[in-house]
Design a protein around this ligand. Structure first.
Ligand code: ACO
Length: 381
């Protein structure tokens, strides 16, 4: 493997390269196997199917810590200790202040999607003031999401309730009524599960933007854009479409076989790093069972998962395409009663502390990320 320096330039030497010029080494088109940063935040062990957050196994954190407490764990070392100790209050203050972004969100054309309207709110969010920008942004996201969803449905946004935690207030602001404790626990588990995940595409985008010296709001906006694609955070909506299209557990095998024969990918399966089961899938599946042990949706999901894994193993025997986080994300969020248009926006809410932490880590120690392209076009000279 070629080891890359933090600026994504090759660390190898080349006798033909003039002094002072960095030699260019071709990388795989998807950059797999290229390390461009050192991080203390999270570690994705693709061989053993482990995810470490600040050294802790995900399964010990998700379902145990609140969204704010898990964020404290992730951010320890980046923010003042006094702020970390009262992060729940500061996130509540950030939600209240985020109402300053509502005029821009309300003025957007009708027909704009929830995610796009949420990004508009983020772009309009005031970041100057006594809140650290990471707190102002990550704390604001639940209000921006709820406001964007209500506006998309032609309803007025609701103000934040600072007495609640982020997950509880998010559900309340979406629906207009308080959520049940088990729904809040399930959403909290989801938000913590997706908090951070190594150098995935959106986090890489955040680090690239942060490395230019742009501010944290720009890094998170860019990360949100990268998250949206179906190969990344846009998959859970289509996962639910697939589950709906399969009429019964017994119909799963034939439906999936047809999809694969048609050359289509199964959403919610496969991963760039994991060669075994994505550990986040189990944490979310456990959350689903806690929410409602006899849920018919859980039985159907299990049947689809079993059939998909069997057929994928036959379809790509060398690839090990297993269940990823998005499969049980879709089933869990649907079981909480959340609309599929909210799935990618909710992923962004959960991942924002991770994006902020990576952007700050990049700015603290990194260099401008500026890789090379190998020119293969004509040369008129
Ligand atoms: N269904 C069917 N075939 C698949 C799937 C799938 N879910 N995933 C990969 N393959 C096939 C590809 O078609 C490819 O076949 P080919 O060699 O004949 O062209 C082969 O397996 C290797 O695929 P790559 O695209 O090289 O694998 P990569 O590591 O880039 O893919 C990815 C990872 C994008 C997640 C892929 O597995 C996929 O598209 N999955 C479906 C979408 C999805 O679930 N996205 C969410 C990912 S999790 C997250 O980002 C939060």
């Amino acid at each position: 493997m070629t080891i890359q320096t933090p600026g994504l330039r090759s660390a190898s030497t080349d006798a033909d390269t003039p002094a002072g010029v960095t030699p260019v080494t071709p990388a795989a088109p998807g950059l797999e196997g290229i390390a461009v940063a050192e991080t203390v935040l999270s570690h994705v062990d693709g061989v053993n199917g482990r995810l470490l957050l600040r050294g802790h196994e995900l399964r010990d954190v998700a379902g145990t810590l609140s969204f704010e407490a898990a964020t404290v764990l992730l951010w320890a070392g980046f923010l003042p200790k006094a702020d970390l100790a009262r992060l729940t209050d500061l996130f509540a203050a950030a939600r209240e202040r985020a109402s300053a972004a509502l005029p821009a969100m309300c003025a957007a054309p009708t027909g704009l999607g929830v995610y796009e309207r949420m990004r508009l709110g983020l772009a309009a969010l005031p970041l100057a003031g006594d809140l650290h920008p990471a707190i102002a942004i990550a704390g604001a996201q639940p209000l921006l999401l709820a406001a964007a969803a209500r506006l998309a449905d032609g309803k007025a946004p609701l103000p934040a309730d600072p007495s609640l935690g982020s997950a509880a207030d998010l559900l309340r602001m979406l629906r207009g009524t308080p959520a049940r404790p088990e729904e809040i626990a399930a959403l909290e588990r989801y938000l913590v599960t997706v908090l951070d995940h190594g150098l995935n595409a959106s986090t890489f985008a955040a680090r690239v933007i942060a490395s230019t010296g742009a501010d944290l709001g720009d890094a998170v906006l860019g990360a949100m854009a990268a998250l949206k694609g179906p190969l990344h955070g846009g998959a859970p909506g289509p996962v639910l479409d697939m589950i709906d299209a399969i009429e019964s557990p017994e119909a799963a095998e034939a439906w999936i076989a047809d999809e694969l024969a048609a050359g289509r990918r199964l959403m919610g399966f496969g991963h760039r790093v994991y060669r075994t089961r994505d550990p986040r899938a189990d944490v979310l599946k456990e959350g689903l069972a806690l929410l409602s042990p006899d849920l018919p949706a859980l039985r159907k999901a299990e049947a689809i998962e079993t059939a998909a894994q069997r057929l994928l193993a036959r379809h790509k025997p060398d690839r090990k395409l297993r269940t990823n986080v998005e499969f049980y994300t879709a089933v869990l969020l649907d079981a909480i009663g959340l609309d599929r248009r909210l799935f990618t926006p909710l992923f962004a809410v959960g991942r924002t502390p991770g994006w902020c932490a990576h952007a700050l880590e990049q700015q603290a120690g990194g260099r401008l990320l500026r890789p090379a392209a190998i020119y293969v076009g004509p040369d008129a000279g």
